[in-house]
Design a protein around this ligand. Structure first.
Ligand code: PMP
Length: 324
C-alpha cells in the first residue's frame, strides 16, 4: 500500500515478496522515519486460523505512526491487510503448539529527499514468517541490567514501535549477550533506578505466595512500549485469582524483594517470546536470582492460559482471537 499527500492510501496489492525497489535517497533509509508491528496468526486445534488481537496492534501502529509524523493507516485497513495476507498464506500457518505465523507490518518514508523534514510519501508493507518459540525450550532467561545505556527518555519515542529505538538498543543488547545474558533490562533514563522493560518484552513481578499472590508491572510512563501481551495479562490475570497492580519497581526493590522472598517470581512477556520466567539477574553490583532460578508457577499458569486461547481450547470471552 502506498501513501501520498495528494492521493492518500492507494495501490494495495498482494505481490511478490521481493525485490523491493527504493530510491537511494528514501527518507526512511537516512533518517529512520519508520515504524512497525509484530503479531501472530495461529492454527487452532479444530483447524481454523486466527490472528491474535489485530485491532490492538493496528491501534498501536497508528499511535506509533502519529508520533513519527507519519500518516495513520486506519485500523480497519490494517486488519484487512492482515486478513488478506493470512488467507493467502493459510497453508503456512503451523498447526503445532508454540509455532505460529509471525506477521510484520512496516510503514516507512519512501520519498526521496535529504532535507530534514518529514516525508510526504510512504509505503506500507506486510510480510510473514513461520516462527518457533523465541527462546527454544521453556527455560528461565537471564537478564542484564543496563545502567549506562538508555532506551527511552521522557518526551522521546519509547512508547512507539519505532525502528530507531531498536537500532539504538543494539549496543546494550550486545553487552547483555557478552555478559552471558539473554536480554537487557532497561531502566528509566533520569534516575537509572526504575525498571521499565526488557529489550523486546514487558516485565511482571509476582509478589507473595499462595492466595496472597499479586502481579505488579511498571506503569506505562510514556517511555515503555505498551505491549499487547502486557495488556492481555492485565485483563486475564484477575480471573486466575491474581490481582494486578501497575506500580514502579526499582532495581533495589527487585533485589531486596528477592532476598527477602517477597518477590517470588519475575517473568517477561511479548508477542515473539510469549511468557518467559526470569532466572538470574546480572547487575554491576553482582548477580542475584529470582526464587530458586527455575521457571515459576505463575508464569506457567499464564503461559498455559495464553497457549490455550491461541489453540482455541480455552474460553476467549474478550474475542482476542480474530478468525480469518
Ligand atoms: N517492549 C518492547 C521494547 C518490545 O519490542 C515488545 C515487542 N513488541 C514488547 C515490549 C512486547 O510487546 P507485545 O506484547 O505487543 O509484543
Amino acid at each position: 500500500l502506498k501513501w501520498t499527500g495528494t492521493d492518500g492510501w492507494h495501490d494495495g496489492e498482494v505481490g511478490p515478496y521481493a525485490p523491493l525497489v527504493l530510491d537511494p535517497a528514501a527518507v526512511g533509509l537516512h533518517y529512520g522515519q519508520s515504524v512497525f508491528e509484530g503479531l501472530k496468526a495461529y492454527r487452532t486445534a479444530d483447524g481454523r486460523t486466527a490472528v491474535f488481537r489485530p485491532h490492538a496492534h493496528g491501534d498501536r501502529f497508528r499511535r506509533s505512526a502519529a508520533r513519527l509524523l507519519m500518516p495513520e493507516l486506519p485500523t480497519q485497513t490494517f486488519v484487512h491487510a492482515v486478513e488478506e495476507l493470512v488467507r493467502a498464506d493459510a497453508a503456512w500457518v503451523p498447526a503445532e503448539e508454540h509455532r505460529s505465523l509471525y506477521l510484520r507490518p512496516l510503514l516507512f518514508a519512501s520519498e526521496a529527499h535529504l532535507a530534514l523534514r518529514p516525508a510526504r510519501e510512504f509505503r506500507f508493507l506486510l510480510i510473514a514468517f513461520v516462527t518457533e518459540r523465541f527462546f527454544g525450550a521453556p527455560r528461565p532467561i537471564t537478564v542484564w541490567i543496563s545502567e549506562d545505556y538508555a532506551r527511552a527518555t521522557p518526551g522521546g519515542t519509547g512508547a512507539a514501535k519505532f525502528g530507531g529505538n531498536y537500532a539504538a538498543s543494539y549496543a546494550a543488547q550486545a553487552r547483555a549477550t557478552a555478559e552471558g545474558c539473554d536480554q537487557v533490562v532497561w531502566l528509566d533514563a533520569q534516575e537509572r533506578r526504575w525498571v521499565e522493560e526488557l529489550g523486546g518484552m514487558n516485565i511482571f513481578f509476582v509478589e507473595g505466595t499462595g492466595a496472597q499472590r499479586r502481579l505488579v508491572t511498571p506503569p506505562l510512563s510514556g517511555t515503555i512500549l505498551p505491549g499487547v501481551t502486557r495488556d492481555t495479562i492485565l485483563s486475564a490475570a484477575p480471573e486466575l485469582g491474581l490481582p494486578v497492580e501497575e506500580r514502579p519497581v526499582s532495581v533495589e526493590q527487585w533485589r531486596e524483594g528477592c532476598r527477602q522472598g517477597r518477590i517470588t517470581e519475575v517473568f517477561a512477556c511479548g508477542t515473539a517470546a510469549q511468557v518467559s520466567s526470569v532466572g538470574t539477574v546480572r547487575t554491576a553490583d553482582g548477580d542475584f536470582t529470582v526464587g530458586d532460578g527455575s521457571p515459576g508457577p505463575v508464569a506457567g499458569m499464564i503461559s498455559d492460559l495464553l497457549a490455550g486461547i491461541e489453540r482455541g481450547l480455552a474460553p476467549d470471552p474478550a474475542g482476542w482471537m480474530h478468525y480469518v
